[in-house]
Write a protein that binds this ligand. Structure first.
Ligand code: FES
Length: 156
C-alpha cells in the first residue's frame, strides 16, 4: 500500500508522463523515498495497479536497477562500490576490501547495528573519477583505501 506522500509524488509525475508505463521508474523512486526506503511486494503491486501494467513489469524494472532496494532493507548508509571495468582497472577491489575490513562485513551484508550496507554495482557514470562509490545520494570519487577510512569515520 502506497502512502499519501508517495501517491502525491506520483500524481505530480503523471503530469509529465502522459504514457503511464513511462512513469514506472519515477513511481518506484517515489515509493522508496517517501516510504520506508524499501520497496515491498505490496508497493510493487500497487504501482502496477496504478500504472495499469503487470506486476512482473514493475518487478523487472525494480530489480534491474541497483538504485532500488527491493524486499531487502539496507542500512542507514547504503555503500555502493562500482566494480565495472574502468573502476576495476583502478583497483575497485581494493576499495571493496577496505570497506569490508573497516566495517567487518562482506559484500551484500549490513552491519549488526543496521548502520551500513555494502553492495557492488555496475557503472555509476563517473568513470573519469574512478574508482568511486556512492553512499546514499553522494558520490565519493578518486578513492584510495585511506580515503575510504576517512569517509567511513566521518559517517560514524
Ligand atoms: S566504471 Fe565505475 S563509474 Fe563507470
Amino acid at each position: 500500500m502506497l502512502n499519501e506522500k508517495t501517491l502525491k509524488a506520483i500524481r505530480n509525475l503523471e503530469k509529465d508522463y502522459p504514457d503511464k508505463r513511462s512513469l514506472v521508474m519515477g513511481a518506484l523512486w517515489a515509493a522508496q523515498r517517501c516510504g520506508s526506503g524499501v520497496l515491498t511486494k505490496e508497493d510493487l503491486e500497487s504501482i502496477a495497479e496504478r500504472l495499469d501494467i503487470s506486476p512482473v513489469e514493475v518487478q523487472a524494472a525494480a530489480t534491474f536497477y541497483t538504485m532500488y532496494n527491493v524486499l531487502e532493507p539496507v542500512g542507514r548508509y547504503h555503500i555502493q562500490v562500482c566494480h565495472n571495468i574502468p573502476c576495476n582497472l583502478l583497483d575497485a577491489e581494493q576499495i571493496v576490501a577496505q570497506v569490508e575490513k573497516s566495517l567487518g562485513i562482506k559484500n551484500g551484508e549490513t552491519t549488526a547495528d543496521g548502520k551500513f550496507s555494502l553492495t557492488t554495482v555496475e557503472c555509476l557514470g563517473s568513470c573519469g573519477t574512478a574508482p568511486m562509490m556512492q553512499i546514499n545520494d553522494e558520490y565519493y570519487e578518486n578513492l584510495t583505501a585511506d580515503k575510504v577510512d576517512q569517509i567511513l569515520e566521518s559517517l560514524e
